[in-house]
Write a protein that binds this ligand. Sequence first.
Ligand code: KIV
Length: 273
Amino acid sequence: MSKYIVEDTKKITSTRFTAMKAEGKKIAMLTSYDYALARIVDQAGVDSILIGDSASNVMAGNANTLPITLDEMIFYARSVARAVKRAFVICDMPFGTFQVSPNETVRNAIRIVKETGVDAVKLEGGAEIQAHIRAILCAGIPVCGHLGLTPQSINKFGSYGVRAKERAEADKLIEDAKLLDEIGCCGVVLEKIPAQLAAKVAKATRIPMIGIGAGHEVDGQVLVVNDMLGMDPSFKPKFVRHYAHLSETIADAVGQYVSDVKECHFPSLEEQY
Ligand code: KIV
């Protein structure tokens, strides 16, 4: 058994998740999209699992996160929620499901929670969607924010470059993070912003700031699980560390299987009835 499998199965709720900041405990978050991997990720001790709309890229092969639908996110989230016993489970609200009105937003958030069993939803944006976030919170659903490089706005940004390098955008980001804290979000993802700014935001807020490409002076880290497992060796932005080289491991296993089948080395006498 792996030395990382944890025996503490006490569920991390939204209140426990948020309290980790005050307790000085760093939060380890990863994405997951399916039952099999989510089970391992949960057992290995992550504090939180995000069903990110990055599923659009890494599971469905789309060029960005815009095409994934609510039904598709619900399918992934339901599979993950079935597997997880301990981690705090958050599901991304996909593009188009929370921008139109507070009513439509809360209806979609309720669908996600009811049909999947996740603990919380995540939305990209700050002050512009404040009323939408408040509506979800009023329904008793915990909300995680997402500021900085918000991939659903790729067509507005024009690239996946570092955000908030200029003063005006950095100031707005600080104000947005404080607002999300004040209105009762359980945490915020800070994506691809200067480390100094992220540290300042983490100091100015009470809820956890979870960084991805935001340096180490924040309250936790999140990575896309496929990226950190090295499923695509050619995808290696600066903020990603490859903790495994699964692409190579899987190709080796499959290659060996193909060769064993062709050379009649599989199955053996012990592997037949
Ligand atoms: O969709 C996603 O995986 C995310 C993470 C990059 C934070 O939002």
